[in-house]
Design a protein around this ligand. Structure first.
Ligand code: PAN
Ligand code: ZN
Length: 188
């Protein structure tokens, strides 16, 4: 929409209380437990759960074509509270296909952990809480776990030519996992 002086309203809108995006061209993907085979350590606990359970959903806005050099994307992810066995619900996690591409995450609501892993498998975690901002350098695998009782929502911005390598996380995995130990989250 534009007025007489070339001043435009952006067609995209974020509700900062929820992270929810509205407007033209917003895409959405939903990940259910049944699609996340092999991700959680306790396979028998995974099998005993309803495969239709939503683990997380992502809304994203791609103002330029996927793969464009120099562009940026925006997304909002909601990770539901829950566990498979003693392991917290989490995103799949990935490296960027274009390995040196970095990313920013910022937490809107909830409480979580950002798991980070170098290409050599060195792993650490950063706590996520409303307002926390996280710089994810290139060549660093990233995954988010919800360690609270309410949904965890964060926004992200990443280069439009980053791409996602999910295979590497499935085959070599994150060496450390976020589990509930004596009532508290623990990286083991
Ligand atoms: C995020 C993630 C999102 C879902 O937008 O894609 O949180 O996680 P998975 O992609 O691992 O399923 C991002 O890191 N983009 O690059
Ligand atoms: Zn990413």
């Amino acid at each position: 929409m534009s007025n007489y002086c070339d001043i435009k309203h952006s067609p995209t809108f974020v509700d900062w209380s929820t992270g929810f995006l509205t407007g033209e061209g917003i895409e959405e993907s939903v990940k259910k437990l049944g699609e996340l085979q092999g991700l959680f350590q306790d396979d028998s606990a995974w099998r005993s759960m309803d495969p239709g359970t939503v683990v997380y959903r992502v809304q994203f806005w791609r103002p330029v074509k996927d793969g464009t050099a120099g562009g940026l994307f925006w997304g909002a992810t909601e990770v539901r509270p829950g566990r498979v066995g003693d392991e917290f619900f989490m995103t799949h996690g990935h490296f960027h296909l274009n390995p040196d591409r970095a990313e920013l995450y910022a937490t809107i609501r909830g409480s979580g952990m950002l798991l980070l892993m170098t290409e050599d498998g060195e792993t650490w975690a950063e706590t996520m809480w409303p307002g926390s901002v996280h710089y994810i350098p290139g060549r660093t695998g990233h995954r988010v776990a919800n360690v609270g009782a309410e949904p965890l929502v964060f926004v992200a911005s990443w280069p439009s030519d980053a791409g996602h390598d999910y295979e590497r996380v499935l085959t070599s995995g994150f060496p450390k996992r976020l589990v509930l130990r004596n009532g508290a989250p623990c990286l083991v």
